[in-house]
Write a protein that binds this ligand. Structure first.
Ligand SMILES: [Zn+2]
Length: 73
């Protein structure tokens, strides 16, 4: 695991959060308003590199190739 790569991932996540802020500002005309995004399904992430998976219960991480493990049910 490359720590620099991890840092980049964190930046990507922060950027996506600020995008949400901008979207809220556009929708409401107010800063800091968070748009309500309907959560249809839980977003699963790779435990190794924290990459959000493209599809539910993907067998392998498309970023690092780590085999995904899911608890039964
Ligand atoms: Zn991964």
């Amino acid at each position: 695991m490359d720590p620099n790569n991890m840092q980049m991932r964190m930046q990507e996540i922060q950027q996506s959060e600020s995008f949400s802020d901008v979207l809220g500002k556009i929708l409401s005309g107010k800063a800091g308003y968070k748009p309500v995004i309907e959560k249809r399904q839980e977003i699963l992430m790779c435990k190794m590199c924290m990459t959000p998976l493209l599809i539910q219960k993907q067998k392998f991480c498309h970023e690092c190739g780590k085999k995904m493990e899911y608890s039964a049910g």
